[in-house]
Design a protein around this ligand. Structure first.
Ligand code: NDP
Length: 256
């Protein structure tokens, strides 16, 4: 039997951006741990496909709520609706995100705004709406999906790094504001993971050789590598952990 400190059976969790990739794997991990899970994304068909697959695979209660996490009106409307459907949220994972690469001097203003809205404003909007409700109940766990780029950078992704660095400080600020109400807000910071977001990099042999050489674990992360850390951050085992970033990067950020 697993340790009671890691028991999250019966909790209700929302994972934003969970129709594929990291969000999908995190939602599956929570469902396998006994949570009822609400999936989110913009593409209704992809979302419904994932909902049916996860429900089938895990036997858990899996809901799907399509809305755009960058739209303040849609978020304000969606959170009460999904709580009516699934029950009060115990866990929020702010995962929805995007990447766009370009040399700094060629970066378009619209791409800067798209990155900022998708990777940072979304966590503020969804986090604020959910935190209002968690505060009234006096408990909750919020996990913001940050990145190694919250800490270190590479050429071509300055705006992405700015959003992830901002998310790190939003995590700490939310911890300061919400900790007294019994809510923990932490960051989970993946290294390089093989998903649709990184497909072009995975296919690039030079880049993949760089990732392998730069990562003490010697490989790309696979989405399942993140699940154990998420369960820790959502469980009573982390009740006194607040405002921290947990790097799951095969050691990448620790070495020069
Ligand atoms: P993917 O591109 O594979 O998946 C992104 C998910 O977010 C999709 O489900 C997408 O669905 C959803 N999404 C995007 N924009 C919105 C929006 N405006 N509203 C609602 N949902 C949205 O990305 P990953 O799984 O690779 O990345 C997930 C998170 O992990 C991101 O925050 C990313 O920055 C972070 N990360 C990823 C790393 C990696 O190496 N892959 C490394 C470090 C961090 P839809 O298109 O239908 O809206």
């Amino acid at each position: 039997m697993s340790h009671p400190l890691f028991d999250i059976r019966g909790r209700v969790a929302l994972v934003t951006g969970s129709s594929r990739g990291i969000g999908r794997a995190l939602a599956q991990g929570l469902a396998e741990a006994g949570c009822a899970v609400v999936l989110n994304g913009r593409d209704r068909h992809a979302l419904e496909r994932t909902r049916a697959e996860l429900a089938d695979r895990t036997g858990a209660t899996v809901h799907a709520q399509a809305f755009d996490v960058t739209d303040p009106g849609a978020v304000a409307e969606a959170i009460p609706r999904l709580e009516d459907l699934a029950g009060p949220l115990d866990i929020l994972v702010n995962n929805a995100g995007m990447q766009h690469r370009a040399p700094f001097t060629e970066f378009l203003t619209e791409d800067w705004h798209r990155l900022l809205e998708t990777n940072l404003s979304s966590a503020f909007l969804v986090g604020r709406e959910v935190a209002r409700r968690m505060t009234a109940r006096g408990s909750g766990k919020i996990v913001n999906i940050c990145s190694v780029q919250s800490e270190v950078v590479r050429p071509g992704i300055a705006p992405y790094s700015a959003t992830k660095g901002g998310l790190k400080m939003l995590t700490k600020g939310m911890c300061a504001d919400l900790g007294p109400s019994g809510i923990q807000v932490n960051g989970l910071a993946p290294g390089y993971f093989d998903t649709e977001l990184t497909a072009a990099l995975v296919a690039d042999e030079t880049f993949t050789a760089w990732v392998r050489g730069r990562t003490p674990a010697g490989r790309w992360g696979q989405v399942g590598d993140l699940v154990g850390a998420l369960i820790f951050l959502c469980s009573p085992a982390s009740d006194f952990v607040n405002g921290q970033l947990l790097y799951v990067d095969g050691g990448m950020t620790s070495v020069l």
